[in-house]
Design a protein around this ligand. Structure first.
Ligand code: FE
Ligand code: FE
Length: 165
């Protein structure tokens, strides 16, 4: 695809996020299964449900922009998920692994926050307030997930990891 306009770039960025979200839908059940703390399992399962909504919102965004929903292989997300899978396979104390899973998941959230933030800004600048608002909703949810993971890490998991050491 040729990038002649900011609108072209917006669509290209959205295709990257669309692929990234679909990769996340496959990875989160594995992360939930690998987590030991029930609160962490629950957090991953909740974010799986949210991520399904994120994909639906992207479908709405593509529709509003008059293009088909399409993914474009997101190599960064492949790498981040590979790192998460390495953590799952690692021989680790369960609490320490939980801390590592949180670290991997927060990298994923930050990537998504950067992607949604850029796309939201382009949509605003292109005079597409409805698209911008859909992207902002998802951006807010990614941010809340990130904060929740930080709280989980602080409140229980890192403490347990210290105790195990
Ligand atoms: Fe997402
Ligand atoms: Fe996310």
């Amino acid at each position: 695809m040729k990038l002649n306009t900011l609108q072209d770039l917006l669509v290209e960025e959205l295709q990257d996020i669309y692929d990234a979200e679909n990769q996340i839908l496959k990875a989160l059940p594995k992360m939930a299964k690998a987590a030991s703390a029930p609160q962490l399992q629950q957090a991953f399962e909740q974010h799986l449900e949210q991520s399904r909504v994120h994909v639906t919102r992207l479908d709405q965004v593509f529709q509003q922009l008059g293009t088909k929903s399409k993914g474009k292989s997101c190599k960064a997300m492949q790498g981040l998920i590979t790192e998460g899978e390495e953590m799952i396979k690692e021989k680790a104390d369960p609490a320490v692994r939980d801390a590592g899973l949180i670290a991997a998941a927060q990298r994923v959230e930050h990537y998504e926050m950067a992607a949604y933030g850029c796309a939201r800004t382009y949509a605003r600048q292109l005079g597409q307030p409805q698209v911008a608002s859909l992207l902002q909703q998802t951006l807010d949810e990614e941010g809340m997930t990130d904060k929740k993971l930080t709280q989980l890490a602080e409140s229980l998991i890192n403490l347990e990891a210290e105790r195990a050491a």
